[in-house]
Write a protein that binds this ligand. Structure first.
Ligand SMILES: Nc1ncnc2c1ncn2[C@@H]1O[C@H](COP(=O)(O)OP(=O)(O)OP(=O)(O)O)[C@@H](O)[C@H]1O
Length: 239
C-alpha cells in the first residue's frame, strides 16, 4: 500500500532519512518509536507530502506520489494528525470536522454532514459538536485532531503522538477510538512515546534513529533487541 524506496532527506547536516526503505500493507498497524530527533515526524512529512525527499521515491497504492502535494495525497487516502493539534479555533467542533470531510474526502452537502457526525460519534465528541474548537481542553483537542484526520476518509492514517500528555484512562480512550476506526481495514502508522498505547494496538513496530531503521518486526522482539535498547531505551542489556 505504502512504499518508501531509498528515501534520503537532510536539513543542512541533520539527516532525517538516510537511504530509508519501508513498506506498509493494507490494514497494517505499525508503531514508530525512536529517540528525540530520530526523524519520526519527518518520516510522516515525507509520506504525507509536507516534506519532499532529496532523493528516493514514495509510492502509494502502486503509484508514485513523490511529487504530489499534501492535498493530493490526502485525496488519495493518506490522512494525518499533527503533534500539536491544528484546529480552526474560531470554528465549532462540527465545522472543523466538516471542513476535513469536504476538503480531504471531497464530500458535499448531506454526505459531508453525515461523515462529520459519524466521526464525531466515533471520537466521543458528539456532545461538544457546537463548542468552539479554541475552547477545548487537551484531551478534546487530541480527539478533534483524530476526528479531523478520520473525516478525510483515509485508508492510511498517520498518527503523531496523539496520546502525548494524557493520563492513562485518557490514553485508553484514544486507543479505543483508533481500534474502532481500524475495524474497517484502515492502515495505521503511529508515532508514540507512550509505548504501551502502541503495543496494545500494533502488530509491528519500527524503531528509527538517525533517519535509519534500527528495528522492524513484532513489538516484543523489537523492544527486546540490543540495537533498539541502545538507541531508544539507552540500555544495552536487560536493565
Ligand atoms: N524543517 C526543518 N528544518 C531544519 N531541521 C529540521 C526540520 N524538521 C526537522 N528538523 C530536524 O530534524 C531532526 C529530526 O526531527 P523529527 O521531528 O523528524 O524527529 P522526531 O523523531 O520526530 O523527534 P521527536 O520525538 O522529538 O518529535 C531534528 O534534529 C530536527 O531538529
Amino acid at each position: 500500500m505504502l512504499e518508501l524506496e531509498r528515501i534520503t532527506k537532510r536539513f543542512g547536516r541533520v539527516v532525517v532519512a538516510d537511504d530509508l526503505s519501508l513498506q506498509v500493507g493494507p490494514g497494517d498497524a505499525v508503531g514508530v518509536v525512536g529517540p528525540n530527533g530520530a526523524g519520526k515526524t519527518s518520516l510522516f512529512g515525507l509520506v504525507s507530502g509536507d516534506l519532499s525527499p532529496d532523493s528516493g521515491e514514495v509510492r502509494f497504492l502502486g503509484r508514485s506520489v513523490t511529487r504530489l502535494d499534501t492535498a493530493g495525497r490526502c485525496r488519495l487516502g493518506i490522512g494525518r494528525t499533527y503533534q500539536v493539534p491544528r484546529p480552526f479555533p474560531e470554528l465549532t467542533v462540527l465545522e472543523n470536522v466538516l471542513v476535513a470531510a469536504q476538503q480531504g474526502a471531497g464530500e458535499r452537502g448531506r454526505a459531508a454532514v453525515a461523515t462529520a457526525r459519524a466521526v464525531l460519534d466515533l471520537a466521543g465528541l458528539a456532545p461538544l459538536a457546537a463548542r468552539r474548537a479554541g475552547q477545548l481542553g487537551l484531551l478534546q483537542r487530541k480527539r478533534l485532531e483524530l476526528a479531523r484526520a478520520l473525516a478525510t476518509r483515509p485508508t492510511l492514517l498517520l498518527l503523531d503522538e496523539v496520546a502525548g500528555g494524557l493520563t492513562d484512562p485518557e490514553v485508553a480512550e484514544l486507543v479505543e477510538i483508533v481500534r474502532t476506526a481500524r475495524a474497517d481495514g484502515l492502515a495505521v502508522l503511529w508515532i508514540e512515546h507512550v509505548v504501551r498505547a502502541l503495543t496494545s494496538t500494533v502488530e509491528r513496530l519500527i524503531c528509527l534513529a538517525g533517519g535509519r531503521l534500527v528495528g522492524d518486526g513484532r513489538p516484543e522482539d523489537v523492544l527486546a533487541s540490543r540495537a533498539v535498547r541502545e538507541v531508544f531505551l539507552g540500555t544495552p542489556g536487560g536493565a
